[in-house]
Design a protein around this ligand. Structure first.
Ligand code: TYD
Length: 199
C-alpha cells in the first residue's frame, strides 16, 4: 500500500502552489513543496532565495536544491507515501533539471543524475505542468521578487521552453495543462486530467 506521488511543475507564478494545495485537500493527501518544507530545508531555502546572495555559484545553487530535496524526500515524502497517503508536491526534480540544467546551463543530464542520487531515485507517478505565458505570470508576481524570480525574462523564457521540452520527452508521466483562467477553471482541468490518468 503506497500513496500516489503527484508533482506540480511550472515557471514562477503559474499558480502551481495554489493548485497543489487545493488538490491535496480534494484527495485527502499531504501538500508539500520544494525548496524548504522541513526544518533543515527551511534554512537551505533562505540561502537559495535571498536576493542579497548575488555571489551564489550555480553549482553550489544546484547542490543546495539537491540537498533540500534529499532531506525532504527522506523526512516527508517517502514516509508519507509509505503510510499510504497521497503526496502532492509543489516542484520536484523537473524544477532542478530546467532551472539549473537549462536556465543556468549546467546540463540536464548531470542535474537529473544529481537528483536521482538525492532522492535514491524516487520518481513521481505523474507530473502536472501548469503552463502560462510570461505576461500572465509576470502580472501575478508583482514587484517583490526573490533571487530566482529576479533572474530576468530571457532566463524565464528558457525555463518555460525547458519545461515544455521535458514534458514532450516524457508523455507517459507528464501532463501539460493551460495555467490561465480562474482557480476553479484550472482545478477542473486538473481533475479531468488526473481522472483520465489514473483510470
Ligand atoms: P518559490 O517561492 O517556492 O516559488 P514558486 O512559488 O514559484 O514555486 O521559490 C522557488 C524558486 O526556486 C523558484 O524560482 C524556482 C526555484 N527552483 C529551482 O531553481 N530549482 C529547484 O530545484 C527548485 C525546487 C526550485
Amino acid at each position: 500500500m503506497t500513496g500516489r506521488f503527484i508533482v506540480f511543475e511550472g515557471g514562477d507564478a503559474t499558480g502551481k502552489s495554489t493548485q497543489a494545495r487545493l488538490l491535496a485537500e480534494r484527495l485527502g493527501g499531504r501538500f508539500t513543496f520544494e525548496p524548504g518544507d522541513c526544518s533543515i530545508g527551511a534554512s537551505v531555502r533562505q540561502i537559495l532565495l535571498d536576493p542579497d546572495n548575488h555571489g551564489l555559484d550555480y553549482r553550489a545553487e544546484a547542490l543546495l536544491y539537491a540537498a533540500d530535496r534529499a532531506q525532504h524526500v527522506a523526512e516527508v515524502v517517502r514516509p508519507t507515501l509509505e503510510s499510504g497517503v497521497d503526496v502532492v508536491c509543489d516542484r520536484y526534480i523537473g524544477s532542478s533539471v530546467v532551472y539549473q540544467g537549462v536556465g543556468r546551463g549546467l546540463g540536464r543530464e548531470q542535474i537529473a543524475d544529481l537528483s536521482a542520487f538525492a532522492t535514491d531515485d524516487l520518481q513521481p507517478d505523474v507530473v502536472i505542468l501548469l503552463d502560462a505565458d510570461l505576461s500572465v505570470s509576470g502580472e501575478r508576481l508583482g514587484a517583490n521578487l526573490d533571487r530566482l524570480e529576479a533572474a530576468g525574462d530571457e532566463f524565464h523564457q528558457a525555463v518555460r521552453a525547458g519545461f515544455l521540452a521535458l514534458s514532450n520527452e516524457h508523455p507517459e508521466t507528464w501532463i501539460v495543462l493551460d495555467g490561465t483562467g480562474t482557480i476553479e477553471e484550472v482545478s477542473a482541468r486538473i481533475d479531468t486530467a488526473l481522472d483520465e490518468f489514473f483510470s
